[in-house]
Design a protein around this ligand. Structure first.
Ligand code: ADP
Length: 495
């Protein structure tokens, strides 16, 4: 249970770390090279664990295990119902370890423990159960074929799926990709981010306990240019599902094209607009805008980093937004009163501070924040800029760019003036404005009078350079399925 005086009780809490080796073919093993890498606690910068470091040789072993499990094993051959039952059992085991898993991500990524318990882990198991329930509902079609033939289509698992995920939501990202892949009957080789490898290893262990056969899930922690690149260029990997930066998404596509032309799905960066109209309830809009950029320290591809406020409420909004930012408590993520923990690592911490300096030198006005929020650890103050002329770069930190607009047409144009197109937010009481902007904005998800509402049944993915190949929804299984047409002659048909 949680206690009231979190700060004192929580300081320095580190969960026991049980799994630090690679998970290949149902076993925890050392890297072929024997190498390990450090994962650090962003609250202090201290080493949290030494984790086996996968490189090409380990990825080869992981892919071989996944290949064998796919080509010769039970997983793709058992009924969808049986696969679904095992996945449901897996979900139950994850739920039973919620507290521990939330703590693991908390220490590894600086994420709020409480949020992990009530959002990250439960949403992940909801996702897993959604696809568990879909495993026995994979249908083909009956085809009209001209002449004396009949046809039908089958949707078959594509094979070995490479899964490469980022560090901002280690648990949700794992299940976002792995759940539909496994439900479809694929086997997977997962490379968690080097900053946050711990929970993925735990999930591999729980899947085994649930009865998922060996080789179906393999986890190979390591770095992107080594382990990650070995997956994307592998001739025996049949598809790659990726979430991360646009730069790396481009590398992944190139590598897939140069090797075996494996299809890829990319969920990439964003610079998403949140548009607040004059008729909005200002307090509610301020709260939404604060959530949209400061939740999870701004380390969210879907963060509402460009906030457009209509001129009639602009001054009031700015005043209240600054107060709200100053009331957003930065501190130990294990303290239940904290709103925002540290950035994930030193590199991100320094990168965000550099963007802030850059903003100042470009002539933007800093209204609040802009500095480290503590003497140690990677904490940054909630930061708000106004008079921003160019808001194009994804900062991936707690930095809001606030801008004023006059008309609906003007703000639609500004909102779309980005190479990204992941999400957009709209705050208005007018149905006509909400409808018009929802349709005009070029983004994969639009939130009206809400923000960060994710659901397993709501497709999520980008327009433009935010990527393609959506997550969530039944359609997400298409990435892991391929269609086969079977056409049969009917020589004796009177037709
Ligand atoms: P972020 O900017 O959020 O750190 P990245 O795109 O750098 O996102 O990383 C997301 C994931 O992609 C991580 O697991 C990382 O190790 C991996 N990655 C980075 N570079 C490559 C690469 N060249 N090939 C494959 N995976 C990579």
């Amino acid at each position: 249970g949680c206690n009231g005086n979190g700060a004192a009780a929580a300081a320095g809490v580190v969960p026991e770390i049980k799994f630090t080796k690679l998970f290949i073919n149902g076993e925890f093993v050392d890297a072929v090279s024997g190498k390990t890498f450090e994962t650090r606690d962003p609250r202090t910068g201290a080493v949290l664990a030494h984790v086996a470091e996968a490189d090409k040789a380990d990825v080869d072993l992981g892919v071989k295990a996944a290949r064998d499990a796919f080509d010769h094993g039970k997983w793709p051959r058992m009924s969808g119902y049986e696969r679904g039952r095992l996945l449901s059992k897996f979900a139950d085991l994850v739920d039973q370890h919620t507290e521990e898993l939330a703590a693991l991500d908390g220490a590894d990524a600086g994420k709020l423990l409480l949020v992990g318990k009530v959002i990250d882990v439960p949403s992940a198991t909801q996702m897993l159960r959604y696809y568990a329930g879909a495993a026995d509902k994979i249908h083909g079609e009956v085809l009209r074929v001209s002449g004396k033939y009949q046809g039908y289509s089958l949707r078959e698992p594509v094979g070995v799926a490479g899964v490469i995920i980022p560090w901002n939501f280690p648990t949700m990202m794992f299940f976002l990709k792995v759940s539909p892949a496994l439900a479809a009957g694929c086997t997977v080789v997962v490379k968690p981010a080097e900053q946050t490898p711990l929970s993925a290893l735990y999930y591999a262990h729980l899947a085994k306990l649930a009865g998922v056969p060996d080789g179906v899930i393999n986890v190979v922690p390591g770095f992107g240019h080594t382990a990650g690149a070995a997956i994307t260029s592998h001739m025996d990997v049949d598809t790659v599902a990726f979430t991360g930066s646009t730069e790396v998404g481009r590398l992944i596509m190139e590598s897939a094209a140069r090797s075996n032309l494996k299809p890829v799905s990319l969920e990439l960066g964003g610079k998403s607009p949140l548009i607040i109209f004059d008729d909005a309830d200002v307090d509610m809009a301020v709260n939404l805008s604060r959530l949209a950029i400061f939740f999870n320290k701004g380390e969210i591809c879907a963060a509402g980093s460009r906030v457009y406020v209509q001129e009639g409420i602009y001054d009031e909004f700015v005043k209240k937004a600054v107060e709200a930012a100053q009331n957003w408590k930065v501190g130990d993520p294990f303290d239940v009163t904290t709103n925002m923990g540290p950035q994930v690592d030193k590199e991100q911490f320094e990168k965000v501070l550099k963007y802030i300096e850059h903003g100042k030198s470009e002539g933007a006005t800093l209204l609040t924040g802009g500095k480290p929020a503590a003497a140690k650890g990677y904490y940054i103050e909630p930061t708000i800029f106004v008079d921003v002329t160019i808001a194009q770069e994804e900062i991936f930190g707690p930095v809001m760019a606030l801008m004023k607009f006059k008309t609906v047409d003007e703000v639609i144009e500004k909102a779309n003036c980005t190479r990204y197109g992941l999400v957009a937010g709209i705050v208005t009481k007018s149905l006509d404005v909400a409808n018009r902007v929802s349709r005009a904005v070029r983004a994969g998800t639009v939130w009206v009078n809400c923000y960060f509402v994710f659901d397993p049944d709501a497709p999520f993915g980008g327009f433009k350079m935010s990527g393609f190949g959506q997550d969530q929804g039944l359609g997400a299984m298409d990435k892991f399925l391929q269609v086969k047409s079977v056409i049969t002659a009917l020589p004796d048909s009177p037709w």
